[in-house]
Design a protein around this ligand. Structure first.
Ligand SMILES: NC(=O)c1ccc[n+]([C@@H]2O[C@H](COP(=O)([O-])OP(=O)(O)OC[C@H]3O[C@@H](n4cnc5c(N)ncnc54)[C@H](O)[C@@H]3O)[C@@H](O)[C@H]2O)c1
Ligand SMILES: [Zn+2]
Length: 365
C-alpha cells in the first residue's frame, strides 16, 4: 500500500492511500473527531461495492446511513444536491459527520459540493471508483453540479480530507468508461511528466485493456495533479495546464449534443491542440507524432468526432478566457512541459490556426 501526503495548497497535507485493498480499511485515514460516517455514493456503485465500504468503516464511526445518488451526468444537478442535503438532514447529520463519497466523478462532485455547503462545511473522504475519478476527479477540491446552461457552473472549492484509491474497484467499471480515464492519464503525462508518457508508451497494450491497472501510474497521476493544484489551487495560472485538450474537447462534446464521450472528445482535442502547438509554440513535430501514435495505440480516437469546425466556433468563443478571433488554450512546448508560463499558461491561438490544425487532423491517415 502506498501512502502519500499531498498538500493541496493550504499547508495541510491530506493522506492519499493507493493500492489493492485500500478501500477495505478506512481506519488509517479516519480522524477521531469524526463521530459518524455518512456513506454517499452512486447507486449503481453502492449496489456493487457499498457493503465492502460499510465493512471498511467498521471501527471508524457508527454509520449515519447510506445515501444513494442516481448514476449519470444527467443527475449532476442542483436537484440531486438538494435531495441529498434533505436526506442527510433528516438523518441527523451534524458537523462531526464525515461524508464518505463513493463513485465516479459525478458522485464525487455532487457529494463534495454538499460537503462544501451543508452546515457551512463538513469533512469528506473520496473513494473514486472510475478510472477517470482515480486519476483525476478525486483530488483537487473542485466540486459542483451542472445547470441547463453548462457543466460545472455552480460549485465550490472544497478539498477531501483523504482520498482512497483502490484499483480493484475498477474490475466492475463498464468497458466504455475506460477510455475516459486513459485520456486524462495521457493529458497528465503530456503536461507534466515525460517519464509517465514513456511508461504509457511501453505499456500501452496492457493499459488499454479495461478492468485492471497497476497502482503505480495511478499514483504518478495523483502526484502530478496534486503538485499542480498545490501551486495554483484556484486556477489563476498553472492549474490551467490541466485544460490541455479540453478547449477543443469541450467544444466537440457540446457541438455533438454530448453524444461524444469525454475521453474521445479530449483525445481528439489533444491531437488538434498539439497540431496548433506545433504552429504556435514550437512543439516539435516528432513530439506531436508521438502523442498521436500513443492515442492510437490506446484506442483513443485522434480524429475529431464532429465533422465541421464551424460547429465548434460558438462553443470555443463562449469560453470566458477567449477573445475576439482567438481562443486561449494550454499548449505543450514538448512532451512533459507546457508553454506560456509568462501568459499564465493561456496562450492566444488565432481561430484560423486552430481551423488549420483541425483540417490537418481530419486529413491525417
Ligand atoms: N472535480 C474534478 O476535479 C473533476 C475532474 C475531472 C472530471 N470531473 C467530473 O467527473 C465527471 C465524470 O466522471 P466519471 O467519468 O467518473 O463519470 P461517472 O461518475 O458518471 O461514472 C461513469 C459511469 O460508471 C459507473 N461506475 C463508476 N464506477 C464504477 C464501478 N467501479 N463499477 C461499475 N460502475 C461504475 C457510474 O455509475 C457511471 O454510470 C464529470 O461530471 C466531470 O465534470 C471532475
Ligand atoms: Zn477531462
Amino acid at each position: 500500500m502506498d501512502r502519500l501526503a499531498l498538500d493541496p495548497g493550504d499547508g495541510r497535507p491530506r493522506p492519499v492511500l493507493i493500492g489493492h485493498g485500500a478501500a477495505d480499511d478506512l481506519a488509517p485515514v479516519w480522524r477521531p473527531g469524526w463521530r459518524a460516517a455518512a456513506l454517499v455514493g452512486d447507486e449503481r456503485v453502492l449496489g456493487l461495492h457499498g457493503d465492502r465500504v460499510l465493512r471498511a468503516l467498521r471501527g471508524c464511526a457508527p454509520p449515519l446511513g447510506t445515501f444513494g445518488l442516481p448514476p449519470g451526468e444527467a443527475h449532476k444537478t442542483r436537484a440531486a444536491k438538494e435531495s441529498l442535503e434533505d436526506r442527510l438532514l433528516a438523518a441527523g447529520v451534524d458537523r462531526a459527520t464525515c461524508l464518505v463519497a463513493v463513485g465516479g466523478g459525478v458522485a464525487l462532485d455532487v457529494a463534495g459540493f454538499v460537503a462544501a455547503t451543508l452546515l457551512r462545511g463538513l469533512p469528506h473522504l473520496n473513494v473514486p471508483t472510475s478510472l477517470l475519478a482515480q486519476v483525476d476527479a478525486a483530488l483537487g477540491g473542485k466540486t459542483g453540479v451542472n445547470t441547463p446552461r453548462g457543466k460545472n457552473l455552480v460549485g465550490a472549492f472544497h478539498h477531501p480530507e483523504a482520498v482512497v484509491v483502490d484499483p480493484s474497484l475498477l474490475a466492475t467499471l463498464p468497458a466504455a468508461e475506460w477510455p475516459n480515464g486513459l485520456a486524462e492519464m495521457v493529458k497528465h503525462a503530456v503536461v507534466a511528466d515525460a517519464g509517465l508518457f514513456a511508461w504509457l508508451e511501453a505499456h500501452a497494450d496492457d493499459v488499454r485493456r479495461p478492468g485492471a491497472i497497476d497502482p503505480q501510474p495511478l499514483r504518478r497521476c495523483l502526484e502530478i495533479k496534486a503538485a499542480i493544484v498545490a501551486d495554483d489551487p484556484t486556477e489563476h495560472g498553472r492549474r490551467r495546464i490541466l485544460n490541455f485538450g479540453h478547449s477543443v474537447g469541450h467544444a466537440i462534446e457540446a457541438a455533438s449534443g454530448w453524444s461524444v464521450p469525454h475521453g474521445a472528445a479530449v483525445s481528439a482535442g489533444m491531437d488538434v491542440e498539439a497540431r496548433a502547438a506545433v504552429r504556435c509554440c514550437g512543439l516539435p513535430e516528432a513530439d506531436r507524432a508521438r502523442l498521436a501514435s500513443l492515442l492510437g495505440r490506446l484506442g483513443l480516437p485522434a480524429r475529431p468526432a464532429v465533422p465541421d469546425f464551424d460547429a465548434l466556433v460558438p462553443y470555443l468563443a463562449a469560453d470566458k478566457k477567449n477573445e475576439r478571433g482567438a481562443i486561449r488554450a494550454a499548449l505543450p512546448e514538448r512532451i512533459g512541459a507546457m508553454a506560456g508560463a509568462a501568459e499564465g499558461y493561456a496562450i492566444a491561438v488565432p481561430l484560423d490556426a486552430l481551423r488549420a490544425a483541425w483540417a490537418e487532423a481530419r486529413r491525417a491517415p
